[in-house]
Design a protein around this ligand. Structure first.
Ligand code: KIV
Ligand code: ZN
Length: 500
């Protein structure tokens, strides 16, 4: 049976999307969850982009043992050197270098002639190949390139030693028939094309990324690049969960196997949404809240008689255990650890000790602890990790009502020192945020977004507050978790300010 490699670029192309930036601890958590899900390649970042990117690629490269770790690099020696430095500690390191081949990109962005582009491909792939055992070359904007020129570019990359040649639909312009035609054309017209892994990387501007990827695979592509929840530039990339479940659900049409463990899909999807501080669109294919909900009476009736009436895949096949009540007051540390592992989280001993303390606290305030509560505790520990040094909430009081101007007193601790401020505001949340602004020195910033939601159900549910604070081009996410929503809000704001 034909097999396809799954190349996940959540941490690189996904992270490039506005509002999707993640910090080191969050990226490591996702990388480990992806490894456990058995993707074949993880593109961990773009090493030259910043010191932060470099560090995360390097750490992920050293941490993972069961999948290849790639760094993106433009086709320049400086980029390739940085990519290699970052991935060389990996068990399976991979340099992914790219250069555009479309007339528009070559003329306006690169200002290079066709000949210069072809020569740069030969030189830079060979340069990367001297460093790394596995090099992937991407012909950026391939789907708007002249097919004959694209074939020459692919030929150059193969001759220079690329093991993977990727055909990106960078601007999401292609259709499934075109995608299939291009793959067939390359296979027929490029010598030795069958000796390399031919890959595709589809963007979703026309909502066709998954369909295009599947069409390419059916035409002979043997790697697909995708992201969890389809996050990525503009309308995003092909969604891993949709691609994998399409192949899983329709083996009659897609007799293709991949290594991904589908039962990891739901936890990993929730982890990524949760780290980004957004909710899945309720009707998102495969992982949306309504993907397995049957509201209409006639549908419910059918599903009760036989699930196959309205369900083409089972919730269990994607690892969705519907809001199971899992743990409580009497659960031990081991049970908590096991459940966290099942949900895709990997905790060091000290982290587990801390989380277990928070779990016990929560048990005192809340009768039943669901998977969602546990996931929230795990994600919030990541945020706390990235703001370890900084201000901590000591206490706050708020006075608010519909006949008074809200006012708040907030005190924080930093390096053992306590400071306190009073502020007024348009409501209790505004008042505590204003007090924090007085307490924590920071560059000019604004609040881009503030959201509060409950984790699981019931009056004793935890509230999760998410703030997005903008400072110039940079947006940081702060989170707070508490059964008191004002406390969750002030914790989120302090967390965001610490990251700033
Ligand atoms: O969309 C694109 O062309 C890319 C390449 C760098 C692979 O992300
Ligand atoms: Zn892309």
């Amino acid at each position: 049976m034909q097999s396809v490699r799954i190349f996940d670029t959540t941490l690189r192309d996904g992270e490039q999307a506005p509002g999707c930036s993640m910090d080191l601890a969050e990226k490591i958590e996702i990388a480990q969850a992806l490894e456990r899900m058995k993707v074949d390649v993880i593109e961990a970042g773009f090493a030259i982009a910043s010191q932060g990117d470099f560090n995360s690629v390097q750490t992920i490269a050293k941490t993972l043992k069961n999948c290849a770790v790639a760094s993106l690099a433009r086709a320049t020696q400086k980029d390739i050197d940085a990519a290699w430095e970052a991935v060389k500690g990996a068990k399976y390191p991979l340099i992914h270098t790219f250069l555009a081949t479309s007339p528009t990109h070559m003329q306006y962005k690169l200002k290079m002639s066709e000949q210069e582009v072809l020569d740069a491909i030969s030189d830079m792939v060979a340069y990367a190949r001297n460093l790394a055992p596995e090099v992937e070359f991407s012909a950026e904007d391939a789907m708007r390139s002249d097919p004959a020129f694209l074939a020459k570019a692919v030929d150059r990359a193969i001759r220079a030693g690329a093991k993977v040649v990727n055909i990106p639909d960078t601007v999401g312009y292609a259709t499934p028939a075109e995608m299939a035609k291009t793959i067939r054309y390359l296979k027929e017209n490029v010598e030795n094309c069958d000796t390399v892994t031919l890959s595709v990387h589809c963007h979703n501007d026309l909502g066709l990324a998954v369909a295009n990827s599947l069409a390419a695979v059916m035409a002979g592509a043997s790697q697909v690049e995708c992201t969890i929840n389809g996050i990525g530039e503009r309308a995003g990339n092909a969604a891993l969960e949709e691609l994998v479940m399409a192949m899983h659900t329709r083996p009659d049409l897609y007799p293709i196997v991949c290594n991904v463990d589908t039962t990891r899909i739901s936890p990993v999807s929730r982890m990524v949404y949760s780290i980004l501080g957004v909710n899945a669109p309720i009707n998102k294919a495969v992982v949306g809240q309504n993907a397995f909900a049957h509201e209409a009476g006639i549908h419910q009736h059918g599903v009760m008689a036989n699930r196959a009436t309205y369900e083409i895949m089972t919730p269990e096949s994607i690892g969705l255990m519907q809001n199971r009540m899992v743990l409580g007051k009497h659960s031990g540390r081991h049970a908590v650890e096991e459940r966290l592992n099942a949900l895709g989280y990997t905790l060091e001993k000290a982290e587990l000790d801390q989380l277990f303390d928070r779990f016990k606290d929560l048990c005192d305030r809340k009768k039943t602890i669901t998977d969602f509560d546990l996931e929230a505790l795990a994600v919030h520990r990541l945020s706390a990790e990235s703001a370890k040094t900084g201000y901590k909430l000591e206490r706050f009081t708020v006075n608010s009502g519909n006949y008074v101007t809200s006012n708040a007193v907030v005190s924080v601790l930093c390096n053992g020192e306590r400071t306190e401020e009073v502020a007024m505001g348009d409501g209790p949340v505004d008042a505590v945020f204003n007090a924090v602004d007085k307490l924590i020195p920071a560059p000019p910033h604004s609040l881009d977004d503030y959201a509060i939601q409950t984790i699981s159900e019931g009056k004793d549910a935890q509230g999760e507050a998410i703030v997005k604070i903008r400072c110039g081009d940079r947006v940081v996410t702060g989170r707070g978790l508490s059964t008191d929503v004002i406390e969750a809000s002030v914790l989120a704001y302090i967390n965001g300010m610490n990251k700033l």
